[in-house]
Design a protein around this ligand. Structure first.
Ligand code: GS8
Length: 214
């Protein structure tokens, strides 16, 4: 059977969020780059894959998906369902909680920081420090909640690795490429959790892919 296809460049943390899931699940897949410089993401071919003209997009046989977190869930369900704890009502509910927290708290605070520090300069723009500072304050409040949680449990949803942990990887790798990498230093349990994730071969592989020289 043809390998799954993930469309988008690995410079995008929304794309690499899926790569972490694919790697951790041991899935066979192929990355098909989409060229933003030629607006390939707005071409009819790509709009057929993702009607919002964004990356990532994904194909497995006749199944076409977009939205990075939905793609990650599909890959986990297909190849490593334990990452979702499906079959265990309470554990899967906790996975769901922390999947939402990643999207709506953690990454919601990180996105503007990454945009200002990484994306804007890439296109010749400047960094709006006020936006960065405001969102760093938001992020610190989120990290206080993580610190309390991770003082009690090895991983976010409980004492087991889940997709909720893995979905944090791509944006956190980007955060570490900004001048604000030291923000984790004040949260020892968060730092230990992150070091544990970084030691995983799937995460190592994605970290290498995201380096511009890779
Ligand atoms: C977000 C996709 C997105 O913003 C997801 O897949 O999780 N909620 C979606 N993709 C950006 C990539 S840059 O990181 C994108 O394609 N932007 C181009 C555009 O919106 O035109």
């Amino acid at each position: 059977m043809a390998p799954m296809k993930l469309y988008g460049a690995t410079v995008s943390w929304n794309v690499t969020r899926c790569v972490v899931a694919l790697e951790e699940a041991g899935a066979e897949y192929q990355i098909v780059p989409i060229d933003f410089a030629t607006a390939e993401h707005k071409s009819p071919d790509h709009l057929a894959r993702n009607p919002f003209g964004q990356v990532p997009a994904f194909q497995d046989g006749d199944l076409h998906l977009w939205e990075s977190r939905a793609i990650g869930k599909y890959v986990a369900r297909k190849h490593k369902p334990d990452l979702l704890r499906e079959g265990n009502l309470k554990e899967s509910a906790m996975v769901d909680v922390w999947l939402e927290v990643e999207a709506n708290q953690y990454t919601a605070a990180l996105n503007p920081i990454l945009y200002q520090c990484l994306v804007s300069p890439m296109f010749g723009g400047t960094t709006d420090q006020k936006v960065v500072e405001e969102n760093l304050e938001k992020l610190k409040k989120v990290l206080e909640v993580y610190e309390a949680r991770l003082a009690k449990h090895k991983y976010l949803a409980g004492d087991f690795l889940s997709l909720a942990d893995l979905n944090h990887v791509s944006v956190t790798l980007c955060l570490l490429a900004t001048p604000h990498a030291s923000v984790f230093d004040a949260y020892p349990h968060v730092k230990a959790w992150w070091d544990g994730l970084m030691a995983r071969p799937s995460v190592q592989k994605v970290a290498a892919l995201m380096k511009p020289s890779a």
